[in-house]
Design a protein around this ligand. Structure first.
Ligand SMILES: [Fe+2]
Length: 241
């Protein structure tokens, strides 16, 4: 089965469209979103509508959590909080209501999907975890592979039942070893922070045992203009350039 994993779209519909167009030619059987579908970007309602239309399941990201639980807003820095306030105003009340149904984890077959860190953290960053703790997390994880987002960067942790190895993931195909287990940090569709403005997503092929990072160009300037026109913090636009 070939699974397209998309993460951190952040209301960027132009980037999402580029991904959906690319997915068409990639013989994909299913798609999963790792959350932060909204926040920072100009088209949160459209993004949620498109994901619904395509019946893409999504786990809860910290930006969805900020929209459904006001007590969580203090977790964010002032810029992200302002972005969430604008995002709230751009969403239909029913759409916010539907975010309440998002779970913190989605486990299917041999794979686990979570926004931050296994087993179910929405807020913990991949890079905050030391090797000794990765070992404990793998030992407690029932699935053989886990996909996380949240950092907007691409990386992978490999575990062979003894040692941990960390890898940076560039664009292209990466082979997995059958006797290893993995946590894959899937990058960001709509707000990459890896120094490369292209939209990124990951294809996992569980028969070929590969991970492919797809890197796509799209009309960034169009998104940037919309972000500025809607009064979002200017940093949200600068980060895309
Ligand atoms: Fe995010």
């Amino acid at each position: 089965m070939r699974t397209a994993i998309i993460s951190d779209i952040h209301g960027n519909h132009e980037a999402l469209e580029a991904v959906l167009e690319d997915v068409e030619g990639m013989a994909i059987d299913r798609m999963v979103s790792l959350g932060d579908n909204v926040g920072y970007g100009p088209d949160p309602e459209r993004v949620l509508h498109t994901l619904d239309e395509r019946q893409v399941p999504s786990v809860l990201g910290n930006h969805e959590l900020g929209l459904v639980d006001v007590s969580f807003l203090s977790w964010f820095n002032p810029t992200a909080r302002k972005s969430l306030a604008i995002t709230h105003g751009l969403l239909a009340p029913e759409s916010i209501q539907r975010l309440r149904a998002f779970d913190r984890r989605y486990s299917v077959g041999s794979a686990l999907f979570v926004h931050g860190c296994p087993p179910d953290s929405v807020t913990r960053y991949f890079f905050e975890v030391y090797d000794s703790e990765w070992r404990r997390l793998f030992q407690r994880m029932a699935e053989s592979i886990c996909f996380v987002g949240h950092t907007h960067e691409l990386a992978m942790v490999e575990y062979d039942d003894a040692e941990i190895a960390q890898h940076i993931l560039g664009c292209g195909v990466h082979r997995l070893k059958a006797d290893r287990r993995y946590v894959v940090n899937a990058g960001s569709v709509g707000q990459p922070r890896d120094g490369d403005r292209r939209a990124k997503y990951v294809i996992w092929d569980d028969e070929d045992q590969t991970i492919e990072v797809r890197c796509l160009t799209y009309d960034v300037e169009k998104t940037v203009k919309k972000i500025l026109d809607l009064g979002f913090p200017r940093i949200n636009a600068r980060r895309l350039l």
